[in-house]
Design a protein around this ligand. Structure first.
Ligand SMILES: [Zn+2]
Length: 349
């Protein structure tokens, strides 16, 4: 029967997200969004049901689809049928308006906008049924599996830490903060597509494993991955990241400076303020300001803990800086990144 249905080819990002829809990682979103859902999310940051949701989950197409409401479609990936889509809506997107609403800009210099525009102006919405799951890596667990692990360990308070990069000292500070607050920390790096200047996934995972094994209480930190692309939608993506981690069983979510930002597109604390405009999400947001090394505090500190010591003596910590030094053949100082991680990071620049 599958052979006789119309086929639609999907890309890597859509393959990942259709599985996230099916596992409940994107609960309460159950399918690729219809026009009504997309507009509601873009304009109101809500689903038509009223539930908060900030990022459209789209199945975009380059060409006008020849199917409509009520049709069944086979989604194929690399020429293999991977899912059935029950079409609820076939529609055209206003990509420029959508870019402005979701990313706050129409600039194609923004990696999220660039991708949205490149994927085409048509979309199919509807529920999906997975026919063939991707082979899952050891770090990829479903929300049910992760929640079961927390239960088994007796963790009632779990802080989730989202990351798209290898850990530097500021990331480590946030994880330690999570350990002070909760029974355990879920380190949950993005395994999907990222910008070219982010570290490759293998390097990120290896660096976290080394950090956790050598320097953190391993029985209170778990490392799993979230297979979805980065959108770089700043504040809106911070909310999306929090909602997804709630689905994985986290009770708290860390949001640092410029969460999910790209370049200078967002105010560094827009991703803190957005939560003030929204009703409680069922997950506590732990907002942390800029983290840096301060020689007068004598270590890693934040804008919340350093009494405004000489700013010029602070060392700001960023992966852009670490990568720049590594590319120049220099060794980043220990205030930026643990020396033990440098050989791993060198493989990824
Ligand atoms: Zn200080």
């Amino acid at each position: 029967m599958v052979e006789t249905l119309p086929q639609v080819t999907i890309g890597e990002d859509e393959r990942l997200d259709l599985e996230n829809l099916a596992t409940g990682a994107f609960h309460p979103v159950r399918g690729f969004m219809t026009r009504e859902e997309t507009l509601s999310v873009a304009q109101e940051m809500r689903l038509p049901s009223g539930a908060v949701w900030t990022i459209p989950i789209l199945l975009q197409l380059q060409e006008r689809p020849r199917v409509g409401k009520g049709d069944q479609v086979v989604l194929t990936h690399r020429e293999k049928p991977v899912a059935l889509l029950q079409v609820e809506d076939a529609y055209e997107l206003d990509l420029k308006t959508l870019s402005r609403q979701v990313f706050g800009t129409e600039s194609e210099d923004h990696p999220g906008v660039k991708k949205l525009l490149a994927k085409g102006p048509y979309a199919l919405g509807g529920r999906v049924e997975v026919l063939a799951w991707r082979p899952r890596g050891p770090l990829e667990k479903t929300p049910d599996e992760v929640q079961a692990l927390f239960q088994q360990r007796g963790w009632r308070k779990v802080v989730a830490f989202q990351t798209r990069n290898a850990p530097h000292r500021a990331h480590e500070y946030l994880i330690r903060l999570g350990l002070e607050l909760a029974d355990g920390v879920l380190v949950h790096p993005i395994l999907g597509a990222k910008k070219e200047d982010d570290f490759p996934t293998e390097v990120i995972v290896k660096a976290y494993q080394t950090l956790i094994e050598g320097f953190l209480p391993g029985e209170r930190v778990v490392l799993f991955g979230l297979a979805t692309p980065m959108r770089y939608a700043g504040p809106r993506e911070a909310v999306f990241h929090a909602l997804v981690r709630k689905n994985f069983g986290a009770t708290h979510f860390l949001v640092g400076r410029d969460h999910a930002g790209a370049g200078d597109f967002y105010d560094p604390y827009a991703a803190h303020r957005i939560f003030d405009q929204l009703p409680p999400l069922g997950i506590e947001i732990v907002k942390v300001k800029a983290v840096f090394h301060c020689p007068l505090c004598g270590g890693i500190a934040s804008e919340n803990t350093c009494p405004d010591h000489h700013r010029e003596r602070r060392t700001s910590i960023s992966m852009t800086k670490v990568r720049f030094l590594l590319r120049e053949g220099k060794t980043p100082p220990a205030e930026l990144v643990r020396p033990e991680l440098i050989p791993i990071l060198q493989e990824g620049v």
